[in-house]
Design a protein around this ligand. Sequence first.
Ligand code: PRP
Length: 187
Amino acid sequence: MSANRWQNHNLDRILIDSATIQKRVREMGQEIARDYQGRSPLLVAILKGASIFHADLVRAIDLQVAFDFMAVESYGASTQSSGAVRILKDLDESLEGRDVILVEDILDTGLTLNYLMHNLRSRGPTSLKIAVLLNKPSRRIVDVAADYVGFDIPDDFVIGYGLDFKQQYRNLPDVWILNPSADSARP
Ligand code: PRP
């Protein structure tokens, strides 16, 4: 699938191309493998956005890892964060005594990860860290810092590589900027 075939009125331009993403994800995997040498971390993907990043990141970590999935709801269908976080699907695994890495596609206001960190910390993990592909520092409302960051990005609405606009575009291999006029457009 080529990104060009997806060029339509909702896509503005590529912010981070696929090759750059893949290179950075490999580096992040190597960094995590170094930090967790001799351990077997549990990598928790927060669905749905993190699914693509998680799938690439776990394959870039040269360690025995386990993974699990959690689904939360925060944004609704709009481009603005509502601040409300609700668990739609909880973990299968116990976190007691585990080295846990939360894997997210984007750290924006920080509301989602702030909620998740408090929630998961209470489940008794040995350690709890955060890996995000994209970080928007200018949007932060609550003080959350990721331990592993792929890219700091400006305050544009981004789609692709897991990130959606109205549940579409998650399978684009590149990260695109959404056309600012797309709010009123069909997905
Ligand atoms: C996105 C993203 C994070 C959250 C980040 O999820 O995957 O979970 O928003 O925003 P925050 O820092 O402002 O809380 P979204 O609710 O869009 O769901 P999705 O992962 O299913 O796309």
